[in-house]
Design a protein around this ligand. Structure first.
Ligand code: PEP
Ligand code: MN
Length: 342
C-alpha cells in the first residue's frame, strides 16, 4: 500500500508511525517520489491498515493489487524518461546500445567507439568485471581497465558497465553513466539497494530464471532506495529450447510496457547466443515496443575473449540500424542517432 503523507509530517511523527507499524510486523519505506513523501508497505494486516487509515499523517492511500508499487503504471501512468543531457531513454526515440561483451584493450574499444560514432550511436556497453560461469574464463580487465573507460568517456560516449558488487560500484560510480546489474545479480538485494542509494541510472537485467513479477520486484528495491532511473532489460530465460543460449521472451516487452512506467530494452545477444539471430530479434524487439536494444559487437568475434559467437561484425551494424529505423517509424518512433538531434 502506498500512503501519501501530509506536508506537515515531520521526521519525529513519521518515526512514531513507523514504530507502531513495526510492532505489527509491518516493514515500511519512506520514499520521496516526484514531489510527494510516501510511506510504502506491503498490503498490511487489518490492524496495520487501521493504524494507517486513522493516522492524520496519511492523506491518501493507494492499494494497487500488485506486489510492485512504485514501479507500477497503476500508480504512475506516465512513462519514466531518463535524461543524459540531451539524450533521453524511454521517450519517442529507440536506442541501440552497442559494444563488446568485455573491454579487452584500448585499441579495440576505441575502434568500436569510433565506428559507433560514425553511425550516430552514443551508448557504449562493455564489461570490466565479468560474471563468468567458469572461474577459469577471462574475468574482465578489472580495475586496470578503468583508464579505458575514461578514454571512451573523453570521446563523448555514454558508458554502460556492469557492477558485480559494492567494490565495483565504488570504482565505477564517477566514470560510467549507467550501472548494469546483470542477470545473475537480479536477486542480490543488498546490491540492488546499494545501486539505488548511488542514484545513477541503472540497467537491470532480468534474472535468467525470474518471472516478470520477480523482475519488477527487483526494480522496486532500487526505486524505494531512492533511484527511479531504472531501465529494464529482457535478456532471455532458461527454457527447454536448446537451439539458442537462452529463450528471448519477447512477450515480456508489451507486458512490461503495460505494467510499468520504466523503460524496457532487449538484449538479443545474450537472448540468443547466436550472432546470425541477433538482427531479426532486434527488429522484433523494436516492433514489440522496446525502448532500445543492447547488442554485442567485436571487430574480430572469432578471437573475442568472451561471447564471440553472439557478437556482431561491425560491418553488419549499418544495415541493422537502417532496419531498426524503418521498424521504429512504422510504430511512430525513431532510432536515436546523434545527427538526428544535432
Ligand atoms: C552482459 O551483458 O555482459 C552480461 C553478462 O549479461 P547477463 O547478465 O544478461 O548474462
Ligand atoms: Mn556477453
Amino acid at each position: 500500500m502506498i500512503c501519501k503523507l501530509a506536508n506537515y509530517a515531520d521526521a519525529e511523527r513519521i518515526d512514531t508511525l513507523r514504530g507502531r507499524l513495526r510492532k505489527e510486523g509491518v516493514e515500511s519505506y519512506l520514499v520521496k517520489f516526484d514531489e510527494s513523501h510516501l510511506l510504502i508497505t506491503e498490503n498490511p494486516s487489518d490492524r496495520a491498515a487501521t493504524l494507517l487509515a486513522e493516522s492524520a499523517l496519511v492523506t491518501h492511500q493507494f492499494r494497487l493489487g500488485t506486489p510492485y508499487q512504485l514501479t507500477s503504471r497503476r500508480y504512475h501512468p506516465a512513462d519514466t524518461t531518463i535524461a543524459f543531457a540531451d539524450v533521453l531513454i524511454g521517450g519517442e526515440y529507440v536506442h541501440v546500445i552497442a559494444g563488446p561483451c568485455a573491454i579487452e584493450s584500448e585499441p579495440i574499444a576505441r575502434e568500436l567507439a569510433t565506428l559507433m560514432q560514425k553511425s550516430g550511436l552514443v551508448f557504449f556497453r562493455g564489461g570490466l568485471f565479468k560474471p563468468r560461469t567458469s572461474p577459469y574464463s577471462f574475468q574482465g580487465l578489472g580495475e586496470s581497465g578503468l583508464s579505458i573507460l575514461r578514454e571512451l568517456k573523453n570521446m563523448g560516449m555514454l558508458l554502460v558497465t556492469e557492477a558485480l558488487d559494492d567494490r565495483c560500484l565504488r570504482l565505477l560510480a564517477d566514470i560510467v553513466d549507467v550501472i548494469q546489474i546483470g542477470s545473475r545479480n537480479m536477486h542480490n538485494f543488498s546490491l540492488l539497494r546499494a545501486v539505488g542509494e548511488l542514484g545513477k541510472p541503472v540497467l537491470l537485467k532480468r534474472g535468467m530464471a525470474a518471472t516478470l513479477e520477480e523482475f519488477l520486484m527487483a526494480a522496486e528495491y532500487i526505486v524505494i532506495s531512492g533511484n527511479r532511473n531504472v531501465i529494464l532489460c529482457e535478456r532471455g530465460i532458461r527454457t527447454v529450447s536448446d537451439h539458442t543460449r537462452n529463450t528471448l521472451d519477447l512477450s515480456a516487452i508489451p507486458f512490461l510496457k503495460r505494467e510499468t512506467h520504466l523503460p524496457v530494452i532487449v538484449d538479443p545477444s545474450h537472448g540468443t547466443g547466436r550472432r546470425e539471430l541477433v538482427p531479426a530479434m532486434s527488429r522484433a524487439a523494436v516492433a514489440a515496443g522496446a525502448d532500445g536494444v543492447m547488442i554485442e559487437i567485436h571487430p574480430q568475434p572469432s578471437i573475442a575473449w568472451s561471447d564471440g559467437d553472439q557478437s556482431m561484425f561491425p560491418a553488419d551494424l549499418p544495415t541493422l540500424l537502417l532496419d531498426i529505423d524503418r521498424i521504429a517509424a512504422a510504430i511512430g518512433r525513431k532510432l536515436w542517432k546523434k545527427s538526428s538531434k544535432n
